[in-house]
Structure formats: C-alpha cells, structure tokens
Design a protein around this ligand. Structure first.
Ligand code: FES
Ligand code: FES
Length: 188
C-alpha cells in the first residue's frame, strides 16, 4: 500500500481530501506551495509531493490510503484521528505534514502487525468497541500511554486518553488499559 503511494508520488499523482479530485501533478503547472516531504510511515520510507500545510490525516487517508485513522471533528477535539509521531500521540487533523518532515509516523494499521497487539487483545477481552468509529484513535492514544508508562495510574489514563466516544465506551476503554497495567504491575 505504501509502495503504491510511493509509486503514485513518483508519478506525481496524489488524491486530495475529496476522492473525486484525483490530481496528476504531471499534467499541470507546478504549484509553489507543494514540496517533497519525507516520512517513515509504519516502518517504510515514503516521499510525497504535497502542500506542506496539508494535515497529516489527509496524507494518511487520501495520499497513502491508510484509512484506519478516522476523521471526526477536524479541530483537535475528538481524537478520532490520533496517530503516533516519533512515538507521541498527535491529533493528525491539525498537524501540517511539512512540520513533521523526516519523522516516523505509526498508524493503527501497524499496531497489530504482526499479530494482535496486547491492547487489541485487551479491547476484545473487555468487549470495548461499539460502533467502532473512535476506537483506532483510542487504541493509538493508549499505545502511546503504555509505551511511556507501562503501568499507568488512573490519572495518567484520564490525561492521556481524552478521546471522545459517542457510544460511551469510556469505562471499558479504561478497564482494558487497567488490565494491561495490572499485568505489568503484578507480573501476571
Ligand atoms: S478529527 Fe482530529 S481530533 Fe477530531
Ligand atoms: S465506539 Fe462508537 S464512537 Fe466510540
């Protein structure tokens, strides 16, 4: 998939926010605001030609076709778009891709590769997801939290996973994260 995006980028082709607006840069004058941005996405190097102000979320979904990261609000309020940049959780809808040139991005597509991540198994065990729309963002926020704090306190969980869930899965999200924290704390 990333290879496809790279090939498309090499051909000067990318997709804008609207699927119908597939744009071939090879067939129109070069726009000054577009430039090459280099990323490492899920362990693979990617070079893309885009407006550096394009939000990372647009790049993930519309350029690289990594649609596991979701759009919710577009104003950094809901967390549906959470991805990791150099291991830190970011709300990718408000991160201009030019501002993270050269950095490593990790998305939900990589979390369970290979095999289920411990968080994903905990999500299944606690039956967390309802409609599922917010859950990739929840998982990525939780992954960043556990990487920094393998046995987080409730306060740390609340601070790090402030994502909005319209289905109200908050208690189960916290139960799943606490179950992993307990595994670490008690060496289970
Ligand atoms: S879509 Fe980015 S925080 Fe809501
Ligand atoms: S599971 Fe439906 S919005 Fe969170």
């Amino acid at each position: 998939m990333v290879a496809q995006a790279r090939a498309a980028g090499a051909a000067g082709i990318f997709h804008t926010r609207h699927a119908a607006q597939t744009v071939s840069l090879a067939h129109r004058p070069c726009r000054l605001e577009e430039r090459a941005v280099q990323l490492n996405v899920n362990g693979k190097s990617v070079a893309i030609e885009v407006d550096p102000e394009m939000p990372l979320l647009w790049v993930l979904r519309d350029v690289l076709n990594l649609t596991g990261t979701k759009f919710g609000c577009g104003i950094a309020a809901c967390g549906a778009c959470t991805a990791l940049v150099d291991g830190k959780a970011v709300r990718s809808c408000v991160v201009p891709v030019g501002s993270i040139d050269g950095k490593a991005v990790r998305t939900i597509e990589d979390l369970g590769d290979p095999g289920l991540h411990a968080l994903q198994q905990a999500w299944i065990d606690k039956q967390v997801p309802q409609c599922g729309y917010c859950q990739s963002g929840m998982l990525m926020a939780a992954a960043a939290l556990l990487a920094a704090h393998p046995s987080p306190s409730d306060a740390q969980i609340d601070a790090a996973v402030s994502n909005i869930c319209r289905c109200g899965t908050y208690q189960r999200v916290r139960a799943a994260i606490r179950s992993l924290a307990r595994v670490v704390r008690e060496g289970l």
